[in-house]
Design a binder for this molecule. Structure first.
Ligand code: TA6
Length: 300
């Protein structure tokens, strides 16, 4: 069953989110919050899904956002960093990748802080409603915490079980990284790991770096070391906390991309998803307890 929402207009941030460098903004008419550091780096976070839509570091965009992405306020937005919660993909009865990415998170609960040096922190919140309980009968609060530092972006998902029974979910930060040409890129750090190839439905072992060209959809165990996206125009260091037990790597390649209505024909060349995920076994959170896990991106 689908859970959708409509957007309340946000023209000003609540008092708790009023920090120098944070301001109300919009993307394609949808409310968003802009973060801007003194060094010039910026981030844009939509209230729909608490979805990071843009991260500019060193004057360059680091996240892919499809020029054909939906912006009706309830269809998933193709690109940026979608939050998949409380279900990854179709591994359960809920809408694909869970309802968190299509709901409007609570503008009035937004909080922002200036960090020592040149940094900004933003927290957005989503809590259960009668609508979410109708499809997922749990009392929860979820936060997305964004930390923007020069050349660095951390996204952290926090899940609080407000109910009196254990909470089980799967989740991911489905990060779309922007690249000039994915065929010129290599992803380092997964060598030697067994993985599930979701395209072929096989279980091989990674040999060397991951290269791109055709459709690729793989679930690896979280690598013990930091990954590196090696790209001609500069790369990214990518790491994830241990609570994210898997790493998903996805690129639709030309054939699947052509079938995605919200992607331009050559969009697959400009993107690469490297996702911090907790999906092979559900995460269990005891009543009253919290779970938290971050993905960290560092421009090289
Ligand atoms: O994370 C990879 C994946 O689960 C792929 O299987 C592919 O479906 C992708 O996510 C995109 O899903 P979406 O619902 O956003 O089109």
């Amino acid at each position: 069953m689908k859970v959708t929402s409509s957007f309340p207009a946000v023209t000003a941030l609540p008092a708790a989110a009023q920090a120098p460098g944070a301001c109300a903004d919009a993307w394609q008419g949808l409310p968003a919050i802009r973060l801007r550091l003194a060094c010039g780096d910026t981030a844009l976070v939509a209230l729909q899904g608490a979805q990071l839509l843009s991260w500019q570091a060193g004057g360059e965009e680091q996240l892919f956002l499809s020029p054909h992405a939906a912006h009706d306020g309830h269809t998933p937005i193709r690109g940026g960093i979608p939050v998949c919660f409380p279900q990854f993909n179709q591994r359960g009865p809920l809408v694909k990748h869970g309802f968190a990415r299509t709901l409007t998170w609570q503008a009035d609960a937004a909080q922002a802080e200036v960090l020592a040096g040149d940094g900004l922190f933003l927290r957005l919140k989503l809590a259960d409603t009668p609508q979410t309980r109708a499809v997922w009968p749990h009392s929860f609060e979820t936060w997305l915490e964004v930390t923007l530092l020069p050349g660095r972006l951390d996204a952290e998902l926090v899940v609080h079980n407000r109910g009196d029974t254990p909470l089980a979910f799967t989740a991911a930060l489905h990060s779309y990284l922007r690249v000039a040409d994915v065929e010129q890129c290599r992803l380092q750090g997964l060598d030697g790991l067994p993985y599930w190839d979701a395209v072929a439905d096989t279980h091989p072992t990674q040999q060397g770096d991951v290269r791109f060209g055709e459709e690729l959809d793989r679930v690896y165990p979280r690598p013990g070391k930091t990954m590196e996206l090696d790209a001609p125009a500069g790369g990214l260091r990518i790491s994830q906390d241990a609570a994210w037990s898997e790493t998903v790597v996805w690129n639709p390649g030309p054939a699947l991309c052509a079938r995605l209505a919200d992607m331009p024909p050559h969009g697959w060349r400009q993107m690469l998803c490297v996702e911090a995920a907790a999906i092979d076994a559900p995460v269990h959170v005891a009543p009253g307890a919290h779970w938290r896990a971050a993905q960290r991106l560092h421009k090289l």
